[in-house]
Design a protein around this ligand. Structure first.
Ligand SMILES: Cc1cc2nc3c(=O)[nH]c(=O)nc-3n(C[C@H](O)[C@H](O)[C@H](O)COP(=O)(O)OP(=O)(O)OC[C@H]3O[C@@H](n4cnc5c(N)ncnc54)[C@H](O)[C@@H]3O)c2cc1C
Length: 472
């Protein structure tokens, strides 16, 4: 039985997190059954959960990601805002790079919220879509091809949390299309090996970045910076202090290798005091700590090159971290998942996903979506690891030009600053980095020298001299 039309199709998505939910949004339509299976019992409220161990870490949804989600799920931004997400212009963030502070200027709108709230708002938006079913407490254990007269795929699953030492017999669900959205923990390479599909090359680069995060309740108005970002660099630690719903701030320290942050609160305070600006330590000291320190160290870049596997099995897709996971300090994962979901939606609109070769083309399209963010993350991580300039002359030249723009921007060139911010937010093309006005400004700088560095922005209210008032 091979049902190629959208009607009467069964889609099974492994993983009901950000990538799975967004892919469901892309595929939902009347007549099609889209079932999301997740090993976690999915909470009714925004809460961290075991299947997403990174859930207590700060999650920046980039401008590009917010736009992509809004396109897939109109009204998502309003829903997130209504639930307490904090709107911020990225140009107002107190942003410290190794060169200096970014000058303040209008840039791009984003919404700041905790990861559990973002996921909750997505689940609330996707679950009511036609044909969508979100099923928690089910662990997928394997994938089999259907025989003659059967569905194309059988997805084997068992109840999650089975603990009497005996593996239960899997229950099989038939599907015309299977999507792996199971994140970094993906078992797809194993399942494909069992199906005798040639192995996909895996590329990995781990800068051994560690995160330690604590939530803080800060009296409203006490922190005047809309958020603080201090980038790590070779030999330098960094971190974030970002507001979220309910007057919560997440304060995070990060560092690579030997410089990874500690796991307990007194040591984390000390770590933050040792960051090259004490802004993060000051935000932490300004509030009341809510809960324990959450540490996370699984942050390596990992990319499965399924696009190089031929022939790719029809009716099988891979999205999100299961295809390509990034060092999260660049904030790209959810945005790339949203961009992949857009690619899925576009391919679905062009023709049946079950047609011969269609899944292979779509896997290649999703891999192309990951390419730019992968280059950005891995080249920055190579620098973080202290590797010299890239051997590829184009990449070397590009790196030097970006360094030059970085210097110009922190010395007050607003065009350079906005251009870099757009690149970081995955908006705009690399061509914009070479705008004639930027090139002219760079030549001018060569002749006249750089202007003064942008000043350090005020972080706490007392730094601007106003009295501290608890406005709650
Ligand atoms: C420390 C840290 C900080 C991050 N910060 C950011 C950030 O600032 N901005 C950003 O955009 N991204 C960030 N990310 C990345 C982001 O978390 C992911 O890219 C994003 O959630 C998309 O992931 P996903 O949906 O592919 O996988 P995940 O979110 O990891 O979800 C996978 C899902 O699959 C389920 N699952 C796994 N195996 C099975 C199975 N066998 N059967 C059933 N279900 C299964 C899991 O329970 C889970 O729900 C961060 C990541 C880390 C580690």
């Amino acid at each position: 039985m091979d049902r190629t039309g959208a009607q009467d199709q069964d889609v099974v998505i492994v993983g009901a997190s950000v990538a799975g939910l967004l892919t469901a949004a892309a595929l939902a339509r009347a007549g099609r059954r889209v079932t999301l299976l997740d090993r976690d019992d999915l909470p009714d409220a925004p809460e961290p959960r075991a299947g997403v161990p990174q859930g207590r870490q700060p999650h920046l949804l980039l401008h590009r990601g917010l736009r992509a989600i809004e396109e897939l799920l109109p009204g998502f931004g309003a829903r997130l805002r209504a639930a307490g997400a904090v709107p911020v212009d990225t140009g107002e963030l107190a942003w410290l790079s190794p060169v200096g502070w970014a000058p303040s200027c209008p840039q791009l709108g984003i919404l700041l919220a905790t990861r559990p709230l973002i996921e909750h708002a997505l689940r609330e938006s996707v679950a009511p879509l036609p044909g969508v079913r979100v099923v928690g407490g089910v662990r997928v254990t394997g994938l089999r091809r259907g025989g003659a007269g059967e569905p194309r795929w059988w997805v084997d699953a068992v109840p999650a949390g089975w603990s009497d030492g005996q593996e239960p017999t899997p229950e099989a669900r038939g599907a015309d299309v299977v999507v792996d959205a199971s994140g970094r923990a993906t078992r797809l390479p194993r399942w494909l090996a069992a199906l005798e599909v040639p192995e996909a090359p895996v590329e990995a680069l781990d800068a051994h970045v560690g995160y330690s995060t604590v939530r803080v309740r800060v009296p409203r108005g006490r922190v005047v910076a809309p958020g603080v970002v201090i980038l790590a660099a070779p030999g330098l630690t960094g971190g974030l202090a970002l507001p979220a719903e309910e007057d919560l701030w997440t304060v995070t320290g990060f560092g690579a290798g030997e410089l990874r942050p500690p796991r307990d609160l007194p040591a984390l305070r000390e770590f933050l005091e040792g960051v090259r600006d004490d802004a993060l330590a000051r935000v932490l000291a300004a509030g009341e700590v809510d809960g324990d320190v959450a540490a996370h160290r699984q942050t390596g870049n990992v990319r499965h090159h399924y696009e190089r596997v031929g022939p790719w099995p029809d009716g099988l897709l891979v999205v999100g971290d299961a295809l390509c996971a990034f060092n999260p300090v660049y904030g790209q994962g959810m945005t790339v998942a949203a961009m992949m979901a857009q690619a899925v939606r576009d391919a679905d609109a062009r023709g049946p996903l079950t047609a011969p070769g269609a899944a292979g083309r779509l896997v290649r399209a999703c891999s192309r979506v990951a390419e730019g963010p992968w280059q950005l993350a891995t080249s920055a991580d190579r620098a973080l690891l202290g590797e010299g300039p890239p051997s590829n002359p184009v990449a070397r030249l590009m790196g030097r030009w970006i360094d030059e723009l970085e210097r110009m921007s922190k010395h007050g060139d607003l065009r350079a600053q906005t251009t870099l911010a757009r690149m970081f937010q995955l908006v705009g093309s690399p061509v914009s980095l070479f705008h004639p006005l930027l090139v002219t400004a760079a030549v001018r700088t060569r002749v006249r020298g750089y202007g003064p560095l942008a000043p350090r922005p005020a972080i706490l209210r007392e730094e601007v001299g106003a009295p501290v008032v608890d406005e709650r």
